[in-house]
Design a protein around this ligand. Sequence first.
Ligand code: GAL
Ligand code: MG
Length: 981
Amino acid sequence: MLPEIGALRPWADPSVVALKRLPMHTSSASASASLDGQWVFRLFSSPDAVPTDAVLGSTPVVGAGWTALLVPGTWSMQGVGDGPHYTNVRMPFAGPPPRLPEHNPTGVYRREFSLDQHVEGRTGPLVLTVGGADAVHVVYVNGTLVGYGTDARLPSEYDISPAVRPGRNDLAIVVVRYAAHSYLEDQDAWWLAGLHRGVRLERRPPIRVADVRVTADFDPATRLGSIALAVQVDPGQAPSAGLRVRWWVETPSGARLVPVVEGPVPHEHARAYEFTGFVVDAALDGLRVEPWSAERPALYTCRVELVDALGEVVDSTSRRLGFRRVRVEGNRLLVNGERVWIFGVNRHDHHPDRASAVTVEDLRSDLVTMRRHNVNAIRTSHYPNDDAFYDLCDELGFYVVDEANLEAHAYNRSLADDPRYRAAWLDRGARMVERDRNHPCVILWSLGNESGYGVNHDALAAWIRSTDPSRPVHYEDAIRIEGWQEGGRQVTDLVCPMYPSIDEIREYGESTTGPGGGRPLIMCEYSHAMGNSNGSLGDYWDVITTTPGLQGGFLWEWKDQALRQTLPDGRVRLAYGGQFGDRPHDGNFVADGLVAADGTPHPAMAEVAWVHRPVTVHLDDGALVVTSRRFFASLDDLDCTWELVVDGEVTRSGSWDLPLEAGERRVVPVPVPVPDRGDTRLTVRWTTRSDAWFAPAGYALAWDQVVLRAERIAPVPTGRPVDDLWPDAHTEPRPAVWRAATDNDGVKAAVDGAADLGLGGSTLARWRALGLDRLPAESVVRHEVTTERTEHGVRARHGFEVPADLDDLPRVGVVLEVDPRFTSLRWWGRGPHENYPDRARSAVLGTWTAAVEPCPYLVPQEFGLRTDTSWLELEDPHTGDRIRISTLGEPFAWSATRFGAHDLFEASNDSDLVPGPRLVVHLDAAHRGIGTGACGPDVLPQYRVRPGRYELAYAVSGTAGLGGVHQAPLEQEHRPLVRPD
Ligand code: GAL
Ligand code: MG
């Protein structure tokens, strides 16, 4: 049994949040020593099964049951004992709360530390910080209990001074995988266990600054800043008499903003009822400052010194701050007086190998990719992140919704009213605020996620509002339960729904009566990015930008939470729920990111970048209207260039000097005369002028294409019949109506087990009932074709009749198979990246090239479509042989991959996909949109394949190359509008 605590069993008691834990405070850069690295570790079957000697005595050596383990790191990802376990809503073990499973893996982490080595001779408390332990932890130093803590996503500090001795010391941290508190950590993510954030040791001065709380305001009307400071002093054992606090503020360039301010620390001998603690409050206003915003993150530094009666500086510290004001006024969320757009994403801590144990480099690389796609806001779904994350967001400029580690999803309605969980509820939210309140990046506090609505929420919201009136409060479930109009006002200043339809948000916005009415609507989650997804993103933004009360939202979610797994046969793959033998599980619902687990952007990211673009161009009355969507920064960091695209080819290009000011709108003439023939478009793009932290110079952040004349006439190909040239090259086109169902169409058999989630579209079930996945297309739709052979090849005209009872098909078109040596693709249509009827705004018309692509989605499904195409050319890059398919009527949609729809549909992991023997080319007269049906609205009616008549007419012609022509394989990276040719 664990000494001193084993009989108490606090992990089974929801009302115990911590033992001997020090109060939370705002973070600062401190001179702590890291205890990260290799520890010695042993796993037991439950906390009750840990023998006393596992935490006593000197640190064991590896062997005899003890293994080496990395800290930070979860043991679930380091191959010792129990692995990761994925569930979405349900708990991984049987309830009800606070019941725990009998088998409750408990890890004992051991290591030594030497006092001399870590704390250079200072006196004062020695503080151990456990950065984050999943789920709860117990700490022993030299066999003495020094503390117990809950909340896997915030640090816990313990004063270990009474337990240490000079020289070598033995540290033991016991981590219990499941606790009564796990019912509050039921987020839709992997259940993992261990010390996933760092462990540090710090000697603090005996008389010290315990905390510095800064509120830095900026008044947009006067453009002046003010600062309110509360310095909390810990006088240790000494009397506070004579102690003084001295502070000043430095500008971003290190100059002094105002002269040094000094004030006495209150004396404890003052009359007790007037004593407010050892806190020095100070304020300054009328400051000429540069405000902080995500666009211009101006960071100041507040330096604080504690001076004793003799004038000696006994402690000093600093905090960074930014002057800014966040307010909700009526239906507007204002940052420095501006109704900013929230171009947000929801981000979980995730790395394919280390899972929740992310490094500062991981955090930074997420932010780099975000900024490349014009993301300016992050919801820390669904728990506070490591300190480093907020520091980066302060510095690089991101708005953050800081969310408490509170999700009681499985017992959604009950725990929010449960007094046993009240202390934990308050503690989780309050400690987050106490740690993060100085960060200018934090613009909203979130009470957590999907926990119903109850008195515990009211208590937490009231605490936050009194403690930090400078920020509004956010909580989704209250408006879900009580309604959008007035519901849950006590706990949310925003209307922050998840996965609403476009009609719902429009109706809400229109019902808010001007700036005085309603609350701002910012979707806390929308456009669920599972697999091939994010259909209608442009439609959302059409409504957001034109409806009062709507300000944007946070896409769900940033990254596929897939984990790297080595299979028994040595193959390595990215795996999802159930693939680690975890039961019960919710399958691949954990993989729903805009970027793959390794950070590679999915194709929809181009659309994300486009809807978030910082400047727009549209045509109005023959002139170009250029509008900056920035609120604080000009566009002078971007170069603007234009291209005239006639019949898909760039015929003229030039640059513009358009350094628009924030919010400026300018009308400029079309730069060249429009030729009197040909499909004519003007593409305007903005690229970074110089190297930026997120991208090298020349990176496209914004683009638009305006139509000067729509006149799509595909030239008739003049080559030779393909089968004359290469008898093996292709087979006859067959009609096709099936696509490899996307995650949004429905949950396919390959990943069943997730089926009882009740999530996912019903579309797939309907298609299967119709037999679309099995029957030849000819037996589903009426098809007739006329084929004409000419000296240049073949001309085919297909007619399809979709009967009235076959509404909403995957596609209507043909499929043909071609020799796979044709690996290079060139087309006049929308591109360069994958696009679908409801996700094609970012894809502009031009002549593009690409290599035949692998499936970009973890669970194989339909991919690679390009819409609105006049001709497609397949080329063998080695010989230069080409097959051209040219429309004889309307533009078509197409894809060319090494996988048939059925092969994709059968496979459950991308790693199982073996490229087929032929290049599979689909030509579609119609293709269903993508929607977001896995969790949210399905494809809108206008993007569905309706009953009726469809026609597809094209000519196929070949040209033999000269041979030996070699073209380097094209880049796979999705870089919008960087023309590879
Ligand atoms: C939301 C939830 C997220 C996630 C998402 C579906 O309901 O807040 O955590 O589960 O749905 O992927
Ligand atoms: Mg949930």
